[in-house]
Design a protein around this ligand. Structure first.
Ligand SMILES: Cc1ncc(COP(=O)(O)O)c(C=O)c1O
Length: 399
């Protein structure tokens, strides 16, 4: 352990008793370079953030240009800030109507909190519906939606009432009634173990929300910006939510979240009281400049289509390994889940794969499922490297 590693242990609050503790020196493309010179293939894109890989030139140039113009100048929503306005405009162009207004935040959880407040104020109702396996962030409201009791319970009474229903089960949807302000759902669950629902489930959800007068909120924090082979996962289902929440890849590697909604819904934040939901740093000019540059590259380089094809190929090749430890391989685009027969095997697989220089990890609410989310620009030869490391890891954990 280096001195920096010691300081990490001594002075940074730890999020678990087993952090990876990889000492990062720099990152480029699909690779992380550790301080001992070892290179690691980033097969999770910093958990879905680095869609373009690390150090994309256009993103870095946009950040540098914005930094020379100005950094923070005023709390969100007062001044006309070019990078913020132009990113909002580009998002609205890419989203289906009537999603036409953008509210910027600092993170995914904050955007979820904002969406919950909007839903309560707009509908005048209190209740929420979320799903088993769901993950929406760790602030109090977002945690209340979490579909894993073990994560919620240590923190006592959380905002609610929240009804948790079974994901991808149409028979439970009649629990969405006139007491519900909003249903919050990931159109493809990530931390729940990469669960891709039937299109019929998402469509029925929309219909039931309409019948009950509840709002439908899509959490596309992880699935947005090409991750599932479409710009937004909603395109797979042909369903338009009342609010879409985004973050992760939105900021091109800088912190940024957002929610997008029709004017009549998001407009509710501007009055009674005015300034009832404000943020100092939400929509930071640097983050918006980076996000706009990143989005332009994703569209221009057709990275959604590329990810759709490459993701299918990765799934096919993992299945071809015919590993008896693996119960299922599934995914959409470049969001792929490998379900192991039990969590202990999944953990051994992760450790062995990392030892071969490829970063993978298991899902928060389904630790028998190893999740892959490679950078969308990954080269075929890098995919070969990643799969070869995984194949060696499978052989080793079998011995
Ligand atoms: C689907 C989903 N929603 C919300 C969040 C929370 O986002 P943040 O960590 O930016 O608060 C995450 C983070 O992993 C996520 O995966």
């Amino acid at each position: 352990m280096t001195q920096l590693g010691d300081y990490f242990r001594q002075n940074l609050a730890q999020t678990s008793d087993a952090p990876m503790g990889l000492e990062i020196s720099r990152a480029e493309g699909s690779w992380l370079i550790a301080s001992d010179g070892r290179r690691y293939l980033d097969f999770i894109a910093g958990i879905g953030v680095s869609a373009l890989g690390h150090g994309n030139r256009e993103v870095l140039d946009a950040i540098a240009a914005q930094a020379r113009r100005h950094l923070h100048v005023m709390v969100y929503g007062e001044y006309v800030i070019e990078s913020q306005v132009m990113l909002a405009r580009r998002l609205v162009e890419l989203l289906p109507r009537p999603l036409e207004r953008v509210y910027f935040t600092n993170s995914g959880a904050e955007a979820i909190e904002c969406a919950l407040k909007v839903a309560r104020k707009f509908t005048g109702r209190a209740g929420f519906v979320a799903f088993d396996g769901a993950y929406h962030g760790d602030t109090m409201g977002a945690l209340a939606l979490c579909g894993n009791r073990a994560m919620r319970e240590p923190f006592g009474a959380l905002p609610g009432p929240v009804r948790h229903l079974r994901f991808d089960d149409e028979s439970a949807l009649d629990k969405i009634d006139a007491s519900i302000a909003a249903v919050v759902v990931e159109p493809v669950q990530a931390e729940g173990g990469v669960r891709v629902p039937e299109a019929g489930f998402i469509r029925s959800l929309r219909e039931q929300c309409d019948r009950a007068g509840a709002m439908l909120i899509f959490d596309e924090v992880l699935t947005g910006f090409g991750r599932t082979g479409k710009m937004f996962a909603l395109e797979h289902f042909g369903v338009v939510p009342d609010i879409i929440v985004m973050a992760k890849a939105l900021g091109g590697g800088l912190p940024l979240g957002a929610l997008c909604s029709p004017d009549e819904i998001l407009g509710t934040l501007s009055h009674d009281p005015p300034l009832g939901h404000i943020t100092t740093f939400g929509g930071h000019p640097l983050s918006c400049a980076a996000g706009l540059a990143s989005l332009n590259v994703i569209v221009r380089e057709r990275l959604c289509e590329r990810g759709a094809t490459m993701g299918k190929e990765i799934v096919r090749r993992i299945l071809a390994m015919r590993a008896p430890e693996i119960a299922a391989v599934r995914g959409l685009g470049m969001l792929i889940g490998i379900e192991f027969r039990d969590a202990a095997i999944a953990h051994r697989f992760v450790a062995a794969t990392v030892a071969h220089g490829v970063i993978v990890n298991w899902s928060l609410n389904a630790d028998n499922v190893v999740r892959l989310a490679p950078v969308l620009t990954i080269a075929p030869i890098e995919v070969d490297f990643g799969l070869s490391a995984m194949s060696k890891a499978l052989d080793e954990i079998r011995c």
